[in-house]
Design a protein around this ligand. Sequence first.
Ligand SMILES: Cc1cc2nc3c(=O)[nH]c(=O)nc-3n(C[C@H](O)[C@H](O)[C@H](O)COP(=O)(O)OP(=O)(O)OC[C@H]3O[C@@H](n4cnc5c(N)ncnc54)[C@H](O)[C@@H]3O)c2cc1C
Length: 530
Amino acid sequence: MPTNLESMRPQSWQGIDDIVIVGGGLAGLFCALKLAPRPVTVLAAAPIGQGASSAWAQGGIAAAMSPGDSFDKHLADTVAAGAGLVEEKMARLMISEGPDRVHDLLAYGVPFDRDLEGHLLLSREAAHSERRIVRVAGDRAGGAIMEALISAVRRTPSIRVMEGYVVEELIAEGRFVSGVIARPDAGQSKTRVAFPARAVVLCSGGVGHLYQVTTNPAEARGTGVGMAARAGAVIADPEFVQFHPTAIDIGQDPAPLATEALRGEGAVLVNRAGHRFMADLHADAELAPRDIVARGVFAEVAAGRGAFLDCTRAIGKDFARRFPTVHASCIAAGIDPATQAIPVVPAVHYHMGGVAVDADGRSSLDGLWAAGEVTSSGVHGANRLASNSLLEAIVFAGRIADSIKGMLPESALYEWAKSAGENDDLVTVEDSPELKTLRGLMSSHAGVVRDEAGLKLLIRELVGLERKRPRVRFSNIVATAKLIAVGAYLRTESRGAHMRSDHPASQATLRHRTYLTLKQTDRIAAELAG
Ligand SMILES: Cc1cc2nc3c(=O)[nH]c(=O)nc-3n(C[C@H](O)[C@H](O)[C@H](O)COP(=O)(O)OP(=O)(O)OC[C@H]3O[C@@H](n4cnc5c(N)ncnc54)[C@H](O)[C@@H]3O)c2cc1C
């Protein structure tokens, strides 16, 4: 809460009928388009199309659309991957609305791959029992989807896009959210701007940059979860962080990705000795659920044997044509994936936890909706099934638009107000030594494998870091890190993407989701910090 909230309120508060969407990735833009012609303001930390995981997605969107597939089969795969924590009603809802939302994307101009007869071409990914991933030009799904949506947004006069606006706080009084406060110029401006709103939709993406090795863009720093938690929203399942098993290990930040589809097409994982280690660990070998493959790769790397994705036989000379994005990353690092195995490492890829939302994307606070990776809707449980995240983003963003349309009056002649805010927080959190320290601590103690001693140490260090840098934007980051750490500390079992070396088995008594507020988290952190 800003201290000078009253002074930031515009005179014309009563007339405000704006809808503010935080984030210009797939969830944010899709929601804005679905709300048209209602006036919407999209605030995005980076120019839309950049700084969003959506633009980087390689595989595509999972949707049961082939004649041999069914909603039941897609649901069964989703539930199996989620390790006992999938909210089945929510997942069924997402899956059954998926094909219609894919048709919406086609209508917005997304050029999904088709066969000669014009049917959508569907590919298969790990832990999917059917070919059900709609894709574009092999591995270009995210970029192509975003290009189409951005051009649709630019053609829609009711959508105002404000790029380079980093949202730092929700304006909240008690349980009512009535706007956001943002800092322009990619967060470098000396003034902050208040955007009062009837409805705020948080679509700010994931948490990858709380860790050292991640596939996410730098904007994915968990600030959305942090600011919602700071305003009092309930956060669900924060401890479940998914590691992609095959980020390309060439020392880049963010780490480029060798898409799961490569394994779907038959690429194998080997160590330096050429041993296909996943065959020892799971009946589905390379196509086992992500957490199992990530732990297999982590173990080989930690033991010094290295891990490599060998595509030479399965894809070989077709590599550049079929997987142009991965090909370009490899070639830039001096690796020819047609003839050489690609060195890989697990990297933070996706956050199953986030702002707890219902079937209409409503959070526990009035006036605050959320969609996409910033949320925890329960559809992924303890482990997301590949390509279900873009699906979740479009389905729930669409449902939010319907929910808001039903609640707000039609009139909506929007006005917006601007007022200068505090000057105290000119942050370059991005380069701060504290953020670097935090990323190292998170990777060491809340990474692929966790234990009680490491998590306690992490929580104490996070509390110390927060005291050292009590600034708004860093507070959002630390809040999210604390939620992940405390959630992982409380879950004394291993389940899905959460692995505790001191509690390697799943416990029937812990087969439930985690719900935490920041208040509860801080109480536990304070007890542990002593
Ligand atoms: C390399 C890669 C490949 C992937 N491949 C797939 C795939 O094939 N299929 C699949 O289903 N999923 C995939 N995923 C996951 C999927 O891309 C994401 O979960 C999904 O795109 C999230 O969409 P979103 O709209 O919620 O967030 P994003 O697309 O990340 O957008 C978040 C937006 O919020 C903005 N933002 C962040 N913080 C702030 C702030 N404080 N103020 C203002 N704006 C802010 C960002 O700049 C951005 O505009 C992949 C992820 C990565 C990283």
